[in-house]
Design a binder for this molecule. Structure first.
Ligand SMILES: *Cc1c(COP(=O)(O)O)cnc(C)c1O
Length: 464
């Protein structure tokens, strides 16, 4: 018979132990999920129990069902997408967040959740070189942050045109254009669809060879239609190349047209926190809103993103329940829920606060610097083995191809099967390439060398 154990303490210990075991194992086992997706689906898709199950048995069942389907994303040799592996203190803080179960809508619901977000927001603005008076909404990720920044932009440029979009909607409103890079992230288009602007409002500006917006063409695009309410959406950190737009030139230019400038800085905004990469995002503090992730380069557990706005009033006027909220001049009176699309939500500030304390200012800079250096090492190691590197490795992203690019996906699959590391593919400027992102705090030079050797061995075996 089942052990009868209704003790919550033991249950949480068991969960913590299993999570810690997973993290220890992913350092050495195959980085790809060890089982087949069909089998994992079958493990979960058992019939719904007719009645209750003891909690300790549920947890054991869950651990057993998930085991074959857990990827090694927290481990040091996962280089797919842009994936951080959550830091120890941030992971523990996130478990506490679950245990404490606070709703972060306002400080009446949870003084601690509110205080953590305010303090973490202050640290973040300092580290990223953004205005200390900016408002900070703790959202699910950069997608949500882009939704918020572009929504505030929509509010502001229509208000300038004498239109109250919160009250009157978009039917009959002045037309808005969104001038943005051809290299924008897909989340920008989704945000525009959700906001009712539609993707046809975009004016796509060509980018240079590494993916930064061409500022001359941006100037021409702005000048072509000068009276139209305009949002300019720029990018810090192209998901393929790591390239950042030239903010010092582009933002003042956009402001000459009274445009709202939003920056999608999901991971690239973190370049500001490291003196050696800060010049890549020079001038970014002049924007009107910024979106970034904590769950990517800050290595905080999912889901954790930040929507920042230079004008707290415009931020709250767009996002709050009453959508006409006005408070103290620095936004200090705004409640947390005035700045996010969610009402009740997870207290995301605890894990961000913990990550920033674990690393400190120099630790954040060092994390960014180390990952960038490892990305360069990866590129050099692969190039020495015959690969072509297709981007300028300015940050943590590397684009790789071997002789016959039509075989790129075969190579990727074989590398994933080999299990030493995990990486994915992308199409960049018409070429099918391998994409490597070095974003994890625990990745070492040895991890990179082992991974590069495994990739080269896979390619050599295929060429036999
Ligand atoms: C990852 C990414 C996003 C989306 O971030 P989520 O955290 O997945 O919502 C947006 N923009 C860029 C440039 C990204 O790299």
């Amino acid at each position: 018979m089942m052990l009868v154990m209704t003790d919550l303490e033991a249950l949480l210990h068991r969960a913590a132990q299993s999570a810690a075991d997973h993290r220890a194992e992913v350092r050495e086992r195959s980085v790809a999920a060890p089982g087949r997706a069909e089998d994992v689906r079958a493990s979960f898709a058992v019939p719904l129990p007719e009645g209750p199950t003891p909690p300790e048995r549920v947890v054991e069942e869950l651990i057993a069902a998930a085991a074959a389907g857990l990827t090694g994303t927290t481990g040091p040799r996962y280089f797919g997408f842009v994936i951080g592996g959550s830091l120890p203190a941030a992971t523990a803080a996130d478990m506490l967040t679950t245990g404490w179960d606070q709703a972060a809508f306002n400080e009446a619901l949870s003084p601690a959740a509110g205080a953590a977000e305010r303090a973490a927001g202050t640290y973040l603005k300092d580290l990223l070189g953004l205005p200390a008076t900016a408002s900070v909404g703790f959202v699910t990720g950069a997608q949500a942050a882009n939704n918020v920044g572009l929504a505030v932009g929509r509010h502001q440029v229509l208000a300038q045109a004498g239109w109250n979009v919160e009250r009157d909607g978009l039917v009959g409103s002045p037309r808005i254009r969104v001038v943005t890079s051809e290299e924008r992230h897909a989340t920008v288009d989704r945000a525009l669809r959700l906001l009712g602007l539609g993707t046809s409002c975009t004016v796509s500006v060509a980018a240079d060879s590494n993916g930064s917006i061409d500022v001359g063409r941006l100037a021409a695009a702005l000048a072509a239609d000068p009276g139209t309410p305009t949002i300019v959406c720029l990018q810090a950190g192209n998901v393929n190349t790591g390239a950042c737009d030239d903010f010092a030139s582009a933002i003042p230019l956009a402001h000459e047209y009274d445009a709202w400038v939003h920056v999608d800085g999901a991971f690239g905004l973190w370049a500001a926190a490291n003196p050696a990469t800060a010049q890549l995002v020079r001038g970014v503090e002049q924007a009107d809103s910024w979106g970034t992730d904590a769950h990517k380069w800050l290595n905080v557990p999912y889901d954790s993103g930040l929507a920042l706005c230079a004008d707290p009033h415009a931020h709250a006027a767009t996002m709050s329940y009453t959508a006409a909220y006005l408070t103290g001049s620095d936004g200090a009176q705004l409640v947390l829920g005035d700045l996010t699309p969610e009402s009740s939500r997870r207290a995301r500030g605890f894990a961000v606060w913990a990550a920033l304390h674990e690393l400190g200012r120099t630790g954040v800079a060092d994390l960014i610097e180390r990952n960038c250096a490892l990305a360069r090492r990866f590129a050099a190691g692969l190039a020495a083995g015959g690969a072509t590197i297709y981007n300028e490795v300015v940050l943590n992203q590397v684009l790789v191809g071997f002789d016959d690019l039509s075989r790129t996906d075969e190579i990727i699959e074989a590398v994933q099967r080999d299990g030493t590391c995990w990486l994915g593919g992308t199409t960049w400027r018409g070429r099918r390439l391998i994409r490597i992102s070095v974003s994890n705090w625990s990745t070492t030079a040895d991890d990179v060398d082992r991974s590069a050797a495994a990739i080269l061995a896979v390619v050599a075996a295929q060429n036999k």
